[in-house]
Every structure is written in C-alpha cells, then in structure tokens.
Design a protein around this ligand. Sequence first.
Ligand SMILES: [Zn+2]
Ligand SMILES: [Zn+2]
Length: 365
Amino acid sequence: METKAAVVYEQSGKFNIEQLELSDPNDDEVLVRIVGVGICHTDLAARDMHLPIPPPPSVFGHEGAGVVEKVGSRVTKVKPGDHVVLAWDYCGACTACKSGKELYCLNFFLHNFNGARPDGTTTLRKGKQVVHGSFFCQSSFANFALANERNVVKVRDDVPLEILGPMGCGVMTGAGAVMNSFRAKPGSSIAVFGVGNVGMSAVLAAVVCGCTTIIGVDINSDRLEMAKEFGATHTVNASKEDPVKAIQDITDGGPEFSLECIGNPAVFRQAVDVLPRLGVCGLLGVVPPGTEVSLDMDLIMNGRTVMGILGGDAIADLFIPKLIELYSQGRFPFDRLITFYPFDDINKAVEDMEKGRVMKPVLRL
Ligand SMILES: [Zn+2]
Ligand SMILES: [Zn+2]
C-alpha cells in the first residue's frame, strides 16, 4: 500500500514528506493509521546517526498513536477500529523478557534499531530503493505504520487519540520512574533535575503519588514556572544558585529521590551528591555510549542507590491505560506539554524543539 512518510536521506538531514510503499502486515503484525505522533530526542539522535542504526534513507518516529486498520492472521490483541498507542518492541524470549522486564530486552537493538524486521526483511520502499523503517517497530512519522502485536497498546476510545502518542515513550518514562521504579510513597520528597517533557511527567506523577516535597530544577525560568503549575512545591534555578545546597536546605539534608532527566554528567553528579543516606537517584537522561561520570564512592557506599531506568520500568500494556485513566480524571494533565503541528511542518516542529521553544511537539496526521 501507499503511505506518506517523512524520509531522512542523509545524516542530520531534513525530513522529506514523500509517498512510499509499505508492506502488508505479516501474521503477527498490525497496520495502524497514525493520528498523532510525538517527536522525541531519540528521533533526532537517530537522524544524526548517534544510534547504532543502518544508514539512511530512513523513516523514524516512535511515539505514534492511531487506529488499527488491518491485522495479521495470528493477531488476537486488537482488531480493526481499535485505538492504540505504539510502544517499544522486545523479543519476548530472552532472560529479561522472561523476567517481565521487556524494556531491558537483550535483543532490544534487533527489535527497535534494525531498520527492518528482526528477520531482516524491510517494510518500506520508494520504487526500487529500500527505505529503512521498523524504527521502534513502528516508524510512525507516516500516515501508516507497521507494528507488531507485542508493541501495540489498546486504549480506550473516548480520549482524544492525537495526544496519546507520547505516552509510549517520554511520558511513560518520567511518570514510570516515580510510580514504578521509586514507588514513591505519600509524604516523600523528590528532586527532578531537568523539567522538559520527561521531568514534567515525573512531577505530575509525584503529585499523583502524594509526594509532599517536589523540587523542579532547571536553568529555564519559564519551565520552572510551569513546573510550579504542574505541582512542584519548590523550584531551583541551577544557573543562579548551587542546586545541591539549595535542595539540601529545602529538604533538611536531601530528598529521598532524585531524577536526572537531562543526560549530563555534571548534573548526574549533582543528583547523586544531593541525596541523604538511603536516598535513590534514577538516571533517565540519554547520553552517547561511552559517556563517563565521576562519583564519590564513599557517598554511594553509605546506603545510597544509583539506578538506570528505561521507559519508567513500565509494562506498557498495563501502565499506559492507567495513565490515561488518571488523565481522564483530570489528575494527570500531561497534554499541556504538547504543541501540535501539521505533519507537513515536521521540520519546523523539530527546529522549535531543538531551540527549546516547545516542550513536546506532536504531529497531527
Ligand atoms: Zn527479550
Ligand atoms: Zn522517545
């Protein structure tokens, strides 16, 4: 079938909206008509070839939401007409998957960054030229995307579908870190370093969990203002004061939890240094492989924990419907992070995101 898609032809190149041919779904696949797709920094890292992906031409996009158009013969989870959010794929057979930790699948790259299905067959072409797709098993910068039954999450159909794409990555990551990884209890304290869309989702989740001290840290004063509107009890502008000292003053010795949402070694160090004994620091910020950080070993040995967290330790099929339920009750207003763009304006949306003008651009299709 034909689909419109945003194709990248060279490293760090522009997105070109073109007509491509998309394969029919295999037995275990689901064809989805995309309604809205978020743009995430990982899409841009892929465009810039900072990820282990095959060379362009490629179609990215991994925060898709849409309507099931067609399903393969063995698919039972969804049927045509169902509303779905697309999440990350996994193998289902490795030790991580068998332990219920699919986000840490040992075959993650093969299932998400292969530019093709895990068996090597490709799904997109322009005439005779192969275009790499299957990015996060979706490549949803397109009118139609092919996903696997595994990574489609069925969602209720009385919530605006075009806002739900970011649930599959950034929102799930920030909220899940607080709710699943930390299991933050009512009355607890948390400092969130970097209040972009991931950090802001963490702030919203901290409110839901009943945290009573929620500190947003950033160097952008507009974002700090927004963090307050989202429920942060305190904010620290790290360009104006030492965040470690400021947070320890606010919390009388340090917060129970800290989150690094930026991917910056100096900020990571601060997020660990700020902890009291028995405090836990979660690392969410994405960095290029090989990035090193120096930490005080003595500090960590004294009962502090540093944990790397992917996708908010969530099981997407269970967690995304819960977040949507909270949203529909008015308790998780993540949609305020979103700025919509028409699909044709994808390059403008990317530019606005890279310049920090918008928090979470979502393309409407
Ligand atoms: Zn696996
Ligand atoms: Zn992402």
